[in-house]
Design a protein around this ligand. Structure first.
Ligand code: SF4
Length: 482
């Protein structure tokens, strides 16, 4: 049996896809890149923004169009959780729906779809008496697992794979924040934290499987534990992960922090535990209090300045990343200027931005004074233009330093064909930030960690050269690690 899995959207979705794959492989399914060879086709959809939703529907329609009779098409993920009925309406060839909280029941869903198909076949020959019991949960006549999980997050939850020495570690799901533009709480529900012991066990198992880096993710990592009445449990969790894993684990990276949830204890643990990299991603969404209030986000900028100052004082080398939305409804030129001033004052190392997109069903979509698209684009360009010299300056400050880098793979320099090693330093989150490019080196296995001397900087990437002998020793240790 073979499966063909397409994953769309953010790293959190990828973690769920990794779990789905583990379960399928455990049931002797093999992966295939070729749709025509697969018995089961799965699309893990994204429903966060309108464009992402349309992309998900497009992929499902394409697979549905070419689907053969014996094949099963499963729609999974955020869009399904958000609006499974619409998915069925627009892609009638979908055979089963799997919500974000039920990915661990993928095999059960496949069983239900198969049972349903068999039942219909038998019905055709009036042999219903022998058909499998039809106890599937249905939506529009199609098996749909969308409700709360029968299998909660446990130690037994399959762990995601390690890719190039790095693995995601999901610590909770859902979100308690009231952000007016976000659909996630409407389909993921309130925050539910995984048991601490289960996460620590998973971290240790990932290290055994070759992880040098663990990337801690959730909708809001800094709210971990609130659902069991201990809202500041993240420092305890991070300490437990660091203490339970041996020194094969080099980096623990924290993503998706929420302003107001970065406690002194968290800063202390980040600064005190050598394995936690001085890096923090805190999506702030805007930098003007008026816009932030309409977004239903924390609007006290002094608090954010205070967080940044504490983080930088405790970890002078910290790389700070944030994300902004430009062109939010009602954003005046003055408010946008407030955002520019704020971003310039903080001098983030890395900034991501996207133009506001009204999501049906969110309060933001109903707000008056929607900003025209051309204004959004123009503001996006101005924000990124302001940020580029800041990021460049921050990168230039790394020139002359020795950095440990995690090798992701290798390529070639365009034109010359010279080999080029692609790696990341502690300053770069996988799939989001830049790279450290190491020209002239080949055959270092992905997942190795080597030291490089940084001798060049660009806006997004650094350039480096390895220390003499370093490549050989890391290659050998990577081989020894298996
Ligand atoms: S914190 Fe993030 S996930 Fe939670 S509601 Fe706000 S934008 Fe959505």
């Amino acid at each position: 049996m073979k499966y063909h899995l397409v994953t769309l959207g953010c790293p959190k979705n990828k973690v769920d896809s990794d779990g789905i794959e583990m379960l399928l492989r455990g049931a002797d399914y093999l992966p295939t890149d070729r749709q025509q060879d697969a018995d089961v086709l799965i699309v893990n959809t994204c429903g966060f923004l309108e464009a992402a939703k349309e992309e998900s529907i497009g992929v499902l329609q394409e697979l549905g169009r070419r689907k053969r009779k014996h094949q099963i098409l499963v729609a999974a993920g955020c869009l399904v959780q958000r609006n499974g009925a619409e998915v069925l309406d627009r892609v009638p060839r979908v055979d089963g729906l799997l919500g974000t909280r039920r990915w661990m029941d993928v095999l059960e869903l496949i069983g239900q779809v198969r049972g349903g198909k068999q039942r219909r076949r038998l019905e055709r020959y009036a042999l219903l008496g022998d058909a499998p019991a039809g106890d599937a949960e249905l939506l529009g006549g199609v098996p749909a697992l969308l409700g709360d999980p029968t299998t909660a997050f446990t130690a037994a939850t399959p762990r995601p794979p390690v890719m190039a020495g790095s693995a995601y570690l999901k610590i909770s799901d859902g979100c308690n924040a009231p952000c007016a533009f976000c659909t996630i709480p409407s389909f993921k529900g309130k925050l539910r934290s995984r048991p601490l012991e289960a996460i620590v066990d998973e971290a240790a198992a990932l290290v055994d499987a070759g992880a040098r880096e663990l990337v801690v993710v959730a909708q809001d990592t800094t709210d971990y534990g609130r659902d069991w009445g201990e809202p500041n449990s993240l420092p305890r969790l991070l300490s437990a992960i660091c203490n339970r894993t041996d020194d094969r684990l080099k980096w623990v990276r924290l993503m998706y922090a929420y302003p107001g949830h970065v406690s002194d204890e968290l800063v202390e643990v980040m600064a005190g535990q050598a394995k936690i990299v001085p890096y923090l991603d805190m999506p702030l969404q805007h930098g003007d209090p008026r816009t932030l209030r309409r977004m239903r986000r924390p609007s006290k900028l002094e608090m954010v300045y205070d967080h940044m100052e504490k983080l930088r004082r405790a970890m002078p080398d910290i790389a700070l990343r944030t994300t902004f939305i430009v062109g939010y409804p009602g954003e005046t030129e003055e408010e946008f200027q407030g955002l520019l001033d704020f971003a310039r004052a903080i001098e983030f190392d890395k900034v991501g931005a996207f133009p506001f997109s009204p999501e049906p069903g969110t309060p933001s979509a109903e707000l008056p004074d929607q900003v025209p698209d051309e204004v959004k684009q123009e503001r996006y360009a101005r924000l990124m233009e302001q940020q580029q010299p800041i990021s460049l300056r921050k990168n230039q400050a790394m020139v002359g330093r020795m950095l440990d880098v995690l090798v992701e793979g290798e390529g070639e320099i365009e034109g010359s064909g010279e080999p080029l090693l692609l790696a990341r330093s502690y300053r770069d989150a996988p799939e989001i930030d830049g790279l450290v490019l190491v020209p002239g080196v080949r055959d270092v296995p992905a997942g190795s960690m080597i030291q490089v001397h940084i001798n060049g900087a660009m806006e997004y990437d650094l350039v480096g050269e390895p220390l003499a002998g370093e490549v050989f020793s890391s290659k050998r240790s990577a081989i020894e690690l298996g």
